[in-house]
Design a protein around this ligand. Structure first.
Ligand code: UDP
Length: 448
C-alpha cells in the first residue's frame, strides 16, 4: 500500500473512530451520537460476556477437564502459548489447548472476552512480529477478534484482495450490526475452515491436474506467459464442469490439453478438503477479471471479449475499460455458426492484436473451441470464462458477497435461473461429491 493511501486511510479512520470533530454539529446531535455509540458498545459487550459464559460452561470447562485428566498424568502441558498483536499493536499472549487442532484448540481464547483483550468480532488474530508492528499500525486500533472478516473469507478461499486490504475493508465497515452479521457468517465458515492450505501446487481431482495457487500467483503466471509470449490455454472448473468431464470425452480431452486448470467454487474447496489437499484459493473468472484487467492495463496488454448474447460482450467491455482502464481490442457475441464462421471470427480476433482472449460460450463449448482453434489464434492467453460477461454487463446480478463468503453463491444462481440451474446444482453438487468420494476410494488408491 502506498504511503499516500495509508495516510488518507489513517485520516479517515481517525475521523471515524473519533467521530466528526468541530463545527457544523449541534451539541445535541453530538451528545445523541455519543450516547448511541456508547449504547451499542454496551450491547456488544453484553453479547460478548454472554457468549464467553456459554462457551466457558458448555465447551471450555468440559474440554479442560478432559485435557487435565489426559495430559497431567503423562506429564504433558495442557496449554500452549501464542503471542499475537493485541489492540494498539501491543503483544498479547493467548493460551490454546496444547496438541489439539481446529476450533477446540482455541477455546481458551473465549476467556479473553471477559478481560476485553479480544473481541468476538474484530481484526484478524496475527502472530506478533516486532518488525511488522509499524505496518500493523492503524489496523491495531481496532481490537482483534476471535472472528474476523479475513478468516471468514479465508474459509471459503475468496480473500483474493489479501489480508491488509480485507482488514481495511472490515475497519471501515465496522458497526455492531456488521459485526453481528459477520458472526452469523462465521458459523457456516466453520464447516470449511482449514488452518493451513496444502503446500501442494497441484490438486489432483478425478484424474485432472488443477493448479493449487492463489489469485495473485495466477495473475503473475499469466503475466509471465504474456512476457514470454508463451501461448497458454487456461480453463476454470466447477463441480458441474467436473461432472461433464466424466461423461463428455471431448471436453475431458480439451481440459487435459489445457496449460492450466483453475478451481472455481466452493464445491472444489470441499473436494480439496475431502482429499487432503486444501485449496489455497477459490479462483474463478469473475473474481479474477479485476486483477487480470489491472495487470493488463499496467503492462499494456489488450483484451478481446468473445461470447455472450449480442451486445452483452460490448457492454461488459465498456464496464471493464471504464473500471480498470484496460484496452479492449474487440468484443463480439458468441452466437455464430462454429463450423462455418469460426475462420472469420478468428481473423477478427487476430487482426485486433489482442494479447488476451476471453471466450464465454459456457463450458464445455468454449474449451473445445479454444483447443480446436488454438493453433490459428494469435492471442497469447486463451481463457474460457463462462457466464462472466453476463455479470459484467449487468445482464445477470452476481450473488452478494456475504453469500459467497458462506459458500452459497450457487443457491443464488438457482433462484435467478431455476429452470436452467436446478439440475446443475441440486443434482450436480451431490453427484460431484459422490464422484469425489468414489474416486478417493478406488482410482486414487490404485494410483498412489
Ligand atoms: N453462450 C454463447 N454462445 C452459445 C451459447 C452460450 O455465447 O452458443 C453464452 C451465453 O450467452 C452465456 C454463456 O455463454 O453468456 C454461458 O453462461 P453459463 O453461465 O452457462 O456458463 P458457465 O459459467 O456456467 O460455464
Amino acid at each position: 500500500m502506498g504511503a499516500n493511501r495509508s495516510a488518507q486511510e489513517a485520516r479517515a479512520l481517525e475521523k471515524r473512530l473519533g467521530g466528526r470533530s468541530k463545527g457544523g454539529r449541534s451539541l445535541r446531535r453530538r451528545l445523541a451520537f455519543a450516547a448511541s455509540t456508547a449504547l451499542s458498545e454496551l450491547i456488544v459487550r453484553m453479547i460478548e460476556i454472554f457468549v464467553a459464559l456459554a462457551v466457558t460452561l458448555f465447551a471450555f470447562v468440559p474440554v479442560l477437564l478432559a485435557r487435565l485428566a489426559l495430559r497431567l498424568p503423562a506429564g504433558k502441558p495442557v496449554f500452549s502459548k501464542r503471542t499475537v498483536f493485541g489492540q494498539s499493536g501491543k503483544p498479547l499472549t493467548l493460551l490454546s489447548f496444547d496438541a489439539l487442532s481446529g476450533e477446540l484448540a482455541t477455546l481458551p481464547w473465549f476467556l479473553e472476552l471477559f478481560t476485553g483483550r479480544l473481541a468476538l468480532a474484530g481484526t484478524a488474530i496475527r502472530d506478533w512480529q516486532p518488525a511488522a508492528a509499524p505496518e500493523q499500525g492503524y489496523i491495531s486500533m481496532v481490537k482483534p477478534g476471535i472472528i474476523s472478516l479475513w478468516n471468514v473469507r479465508q474459509s471459503t478461499r475468496i480473500a483474493h484482495e489479501g489480508r491488509e486490504a480485507t482488514e481495511w475493508e472490515y475497519i471501515f465497515s465496522k458497526h455492531p450490526l456488521y459485526d453481528f452479521l459477520l458472526i452469523l457468517r462465521a458459523l457456516p465458515a466453520l464447516l470449511f475452515s482449514e488452518k493451513e492450505a496444502s503446500p501442494s501446487p497441484i490438486f489432483e481431482l478425478l484424474d485432472l491436474k488443477i493448479d493449487n495457487i492463489t489469485m495473485h500467483e495466477a495473475v503473475r503466471m499469466i503475466y509471465q506467459a504474456l512476457e514470454q509470449k508463451r501461448q497458454s490455454a487456461i480453463f476454470f472448473v466447477n463441480p458441474d464442469c467436473m461432472n461433464q468431464s466424466v461423461t463428455d470425452h471431448d471436453y475431458r480431452k480439451a481440459l487435459m490439453a489445457a496449460d492450466h486448470i483453475l478451481p472455481d467454487g466452493i464445491g472444489l474447496v470441499i473436494a480439496g478438503k475431502m482429499l487432503g489437499t486444501p485449496l489455497r484459493e477459490n479462483i474463478n473468472g469473475t473474481d479474477m477479471l479485476p486483477f487480470l484487467s489491472t495487470m493488463a492495463a499496467d503492462e499494456k496488454y489488450s483484451i478481446f471479449l468473445l461470447g455472450g448474447k449480442p451486445k452483452v460482450a460490448e457492454m461488459a467491455a465498456d464496464t471493464i475499460a471504464q473500471n480498470y482502464g484496460v484496452t479492449i481490442a474487440g468484443a463480439m457475441h458468441g452466437y455464430f455458426d462454429r463450423e462455418t464462421e469460426s475462420a472469420k471470427v478468428i481473423e477478427e480476433i487476430n487482426n485486433s492484436k489482442a494479447s488476451i482472449l476471453l471466450v464465454a460460450f459456457g463450458a464445455p463449448l468454449q474449451e473445445k473451441w479454444i483447443v480446436r482453434h488454438r493453433a490459428e489464434l494469435r492471442p497469447t492467453i486463451l481463457m474460457g470464462v463462462g457466464g462472466l460477461f453476463d455479470f459484467y454487463s449487468g445482464n445477470i446480478q452476481r450473488a452478494p458477497r456475504w453469500m459467497r463468503e458462506i459458500g452459497l453463491e450457487w443457491v443464488y444462481r438457482i433462484l435467478q435461473e431455476p429452470g436452467r440451474m436446478w439440475k446443475r446444482y441440486v443434482i450436480g453438487n451431490p453427484l460431484f461429491l459422490y464422484r469425489v468420494m468414489k474416486w478417493r476410494v478406488f482410482s486414487r488408491s490404485t494410483n498412489h
